[in-house]
Design a binder for this molecule. Structure first.
Ligand code: CA
Length: 238
């Protein structure tokens, strides 16, 4: 018998719960629902879900408490379900250890794609299916060669600087997921990197000039406004 992946929805809006339940069960997942934070914490330990969909505005607690609670002992993937207007909320959820977020209102396809990416990430621990055994990442015409420290576009060297390479390399290792500006700054320049994202924006503008056909409408590295950057995952382009 096929084992279904259990997805725990922590959400107090019945309408959204019904929508998500229908989508998940018709695509081979086993949906579970918790309407409060208390109930969620009980269900996380008793039902061992494979993924959590988390609404941050719960009736009895701030949903971000659940992220901290889970991250103390588990890398269980967490996707935050958030309203469009709450950019800072998304940023802090990602910094607390959420894997991704999805903005209300969203469609079934978007939800399923996010779930697939998040589950795959935990299975392959940061390295995506686009990461090939020879230490290269590929998405469309973009190739990152981790051994040679080079990025190629359509087969020719994109000529990235060291900082530009580091930034692209980090996003490539986390392809498909959003990295917040703070996370990127910390990863690239250490804990004392500071708060100023200017250096990141300058580097990104240069990278886009070198790798994107049209830097204003990028196809490889996306800006999640007010949150961070996301590298396309290889299978989104193939
Ligand atoms: Ca709510």
């Amino acid at each position: 018998m096929e084992i279904k992946e259990k997805i725990l929805m922590i959400e107090d809006e019945k309408g959204i719960c019904n929508f998500i339940t229908t989508v998940l069960s018709s695509h081979g997942y086993e949906p579970l629902t918790a309407y409060t934070g208390e109930e969620a914490m009980r269900m996380i330990s008793s039902h061992c879900p494979d993924l959590i969909l988390l609404d941050l505005g719960l009736p009895d607690m701030d949903g971000s408490k659940i992220i901290s609670y889970v991250r103390k002992w588990s890398q269980l993937p967490i996707i935050v379900v958030s309203a469009r207007t709450h950019e800072t909320e998304k940023v802090s959820a990602l910094d607390l250890g959420a894997d991704d977020y999805i903005t209300k209102p969203f469609g079934a396809d978007e939800l399923l794609a996010r779930i697939r990416t998040a589950i795959r990430h935990t299975r392959t621990s940061a390295y995506t299916s686009s990461m090939m055994p020879n230490g290269r990442f590929q998405a469309g015409a973009l190739v990152i060669d981790y051994d040679k420290y080079r990025v190629y576009i359509n087969g020719s060297d994109a000529g990235l600087t060291q900082n530009e390479f580091k930034l692209v390399a980090l996003l490539g290792k986390n392809a498909g997921r959003v990295l917040t500006y703070d996370t990127i700054m910390r990863e690239l320049w250490g804990p004392n990197a500071g708060e100023d994202n200017q250096i990141l924006r300058v580097n990104m503008a240069n990278i886009r000039r070198k790798i994107e056909k049209n830097p204003a409408t990028p196809q490889y590295i996306f800006t999640e406004i007010g949150v961070g950057y996301r590298m396309v995952s290889g299978d989104e382009l193939s």
